[in-house]
Design a protein around this ligand. Sequence first.
Ligand code: C5P
Length: 223
Amino acid sequence: MKKNVRPKSPFHRKTILITSGPTREYLDPVRFISNDSSGRMGRALADEAVRRGASVVWVTGSPDSGPRPGIKTVPVVTTEEMSRECRRHLRRADVVIGAAAVCDWTPVRKSRHKIKKGPRTRLTVRLRPTEDILRRLSSLKRPGTVVGGFALETQNLLKNARRKMADKRLDFIVANDASAIGASESSACFLDRRGATVFFPRSTKTRLARRILGEIASRWGNG
Ligand code: C5P
């Protein structure tokens, strides 16, 4: 009689590197600029990837809980730290998913001491762009590693998302609008570089994570 063998998940023995949460850029030792990202999407992706048999490296600006089996949590604060940690783990990664809301700007000058205020003080802060982590990872990756990200847009969602996918040389991108940030539910669109567009109706981020990993598995799961 034939044994009832359960098929192996496409993510069995694969390593998935996920960035998540916000990063912070400091003006002085106590003040920073950042954004409202909760890190929920990245966390849901990490949990779902483990459920599908992957090992996960979760590089996150919002570590939220203690150790979880199958997930190596790498807490970071700044964009530079996130970039460094991702590069450190890139060699092991079969799939990279950039779900972080990276702080795109950093002060040109960082004060070593808390900036003093006076009744007539006016402070002008000059900002320069931070490094684009995903762009760098896609230029450094070994052939065969799948790299994708998210695009949060307030206008021309799909057009801008496609442009980002091409600019950053990504294999896929998940487009969503600004209502997704910090929210527990969101709709989204999965786009791949071959031109496919898959719409996911509004649902929890857990469900969205399932669908996103399903799309990745169906395209690149046998590599
Ligand atoms: O901010 P932007 O819309 O360009 O983000 C698109 C994708 O690029 C996201 O997946 C985000 O995590 C990633 N990103 C990054 N490094 C940045 C900015 C964005 O990896 N400095």
